[in-house]
Structures are given as C-alpha cells and as structure tokens.
Write a new protein. Structure first.
Length: 151
C-alpha cells in the first residue's frame, strides 16, 4: 500500500474511540514509519477490516435493503390509509411505529397493536419526539401519559 494512494482516497473525516490495545497498534504503525499519522494508520486498519468483512457487509446490505422496502411499503400504505396493511407491517416490525406516528399522529392504532413506545427511528427519535416535532398535541398527551405510567 502506498502512501500516495491512501492520501488520494481520503474524503471523509470521522472520530472514533479506541481502546488501549487498538491505540498501541496504531501507534506502532506510526513509530515503524509505515504511516505518517495516527489518522492514516487508523484509516488503513479500517480499510483492511472492511475488506476482510465482505460477507458481513453483504448480509448487512441485504438487511438494509429489506428494511428500506418495508419502510416504503409502510409509508405507501399510510398514504393510502390502508389500515390493514399498516397493521400487518406494524406487527412485523415495531420500529415502523415511529414512522407511522410521524406521518399520521394515529397513536391509538399503534397502542392497540402493541407498538414499542420506545422504538427509535434511525436518527434516534421516538414516537413521542416525533409527535412533539409535528405538533400532534393529543398524541403527545397520550404518549407522555403512558411514559409516566398514567396511561
């Protein structure tokens, strides 16, 4: 691996936490002169890990594609007001409850179906967070009461 190819490929910066063992490995690569910086060494270790994890990444892509298809079907059912399909999809994946609450504010259906009130979307938002963002006052009251143990 050449230093020049590593430099050309750089395009994103992220922060990561390393345990002592990983930091020692990164520092060893720099002290040995294989890389000029911790950042460069860490990047190459991550690259090697990604290349060695092809099967995991393939499986992850299949799951992500499946989740995306389910979300698309779910949102289409919400737009069409197809309660039967919405209900079936909610039974398959409770995380869709946050999407449903965001789009409709129809929390009673979610609660009837045993939706996970703590379910989070990819961005970490819960149905209560989304209800607050979208100004669904009745939903806020219902979910906030449930969260307090009053509902």
């Amino acid at each position: 691996m050449s230093r020049h190819s590593a430099k050309r490929a750089r395009s994103h910066v992220i922060s990561v936490r390393l345990d002592d063992e990983m930091l020692l490995a990164v520092d060893l690569l720099v002290r040995a002169g294989l890389f000029q910086s911790r950042s460069e060494a860490a990047s190459q270790l991550i690259k090697a890990g990604v290349q060695a994890s092809g099967e995991w990444l393939r499986q992850a892509q299949e799951i992500a594609d499946s989740v995306q298809k389910m979300k698309q079907a779910f949102m289409e059912a919400v737009k069409q007001k197809d309660v039967r399909t919405v209900s079936l999809l909610l039974e398959q994946d409770g995380r869709l409850a946050a999407d449903y609450a965001e789009q409709t504010g129809d929390t009673p259906l979610l609660l009837e179906r045993g939706a996970d009130r703590a379910a989070q979307k990819d961005d970490g938002l819960t149905p209560l967070d989304l209800a607050r963002e979208n100004g669904h006052d009745a939903v806020i009251a219902l979910l906030a009461g449930q969260a307090d143990g009053n509902g």
